[in-house]
Ligand binder design. Structure first.
Ligand SMILES: [Mg+2]
Length: 256
């Protein structure tokens, strides 16, 4: 089979987060959230009637609620949307002012600040760049990143920061598409953005259930990139013809 495209997952496939734990993620998000308050103060949204702690508590409560809903429905609720929801409910309780001062760009900026500390933690695996460089020599192979992430620019900026963005014909996130992996629609949308019509010409490479099950549902050959870290509540993967690799560079064994 001549491979015409590869769809890579981002987290723990192309990039890693050292010593990941719920506590470390939460710490990054809390730092980002507190930093974003500065922008709310600049926009004169902040009032003396709300504390940083209450804002953090309300935000995490909403984030958690929509995260659960997203798992159930496969709908992505972007971080900018969560900010909007939180501020609207705080305004109803008369705890913030003037939320109409916040336009779409500002919601985007808030989301970017929220994810900024998380982004610093994600680093490419040692062999990510050389693997992409090698793949780029095969002119007939198109490459894409497909990530379940609630803020599109965070993924793009991370790829740009490490000079990897140029290797990809498409970068798709659930924030941009509106639905999350394993929904097969997001895989088909990625194929379209890669300008590939035949799904059986394309490989999907990722570290999670959502990558390989979603890729399989969309009719593609899947490769599980096995992680050193195990996550809590991992689902058993039962996909026919699943290929398994331990390092991103091994993907080179499956192309011609
Ligand atoms: Mg992943």
């Amino acid at each position: 089979m001549i491979i015409k495209g590869i769809i890579f997952d981002y987290g723990f496939t192309l990039f890693f987060f050292e010593n990941p734990s719920l506590e470390r993620y939460t710490e990054c998000f809390k730092k980002g959230l507190l930093k974003s308050i500065k922008l709310l103060k600049e926009k004169q949204v902040w009032s003396g009637r709300i504390s940083d702690e209450l804002f953090v508590k309300e935000f995490f409560k909403k984030r958690q609620r929509f995260w659960r809903e997203g798992i159930k429905t496969k709908i992505e609720f972007p971080t900018s949307f969560i900010y909007q929801e939180v501020l609207e409910s705080l305004e109803k309780d008369n705890l913030v002012n003037n939320i109409d001062h916040i336009d779409e760009d500002t919601y985007e900026n808030l989301a970017e600040i929220y994810h900024s500390f998380e982004r610093e933690e994600w680093k490419p695996f040692p062999k990510t760049k050389e693997t992409l460089e090698e793949l780029s020599k095969h002119k007939h192979i198109k490459l894409a990143v497909l990530s379940n992430h609630p803020h599109h620019k965070t993924i793009e900026n991370s790829l740009k920061e490490y000079n990897l963005f140029e290797y990809f014909d498409a970068v798709v996130t659930s924030a941009e598409f509106g639905k999350r992996k394993p929904d097969p629609e997001i895989f088909l949308y990625t194929l379209k953005k890669m300008e590939l019509s035949e799904n059986y010409d394309c490989l999907v490479c990722g570290d999670e259930y959502v990558d390989v099950v979603g890729g399989d549902r969309a009719g593609m050959q899947t490769i599980l990139c096995e992680r050193i870290y195990k996550f809590p509540f991992e689902r058993e993967i039962n996909v026919p013809n699943l290929l398994r690799i331990n390092d991103i560079s091994e993907v080179l064994n499956y192309i011609t």
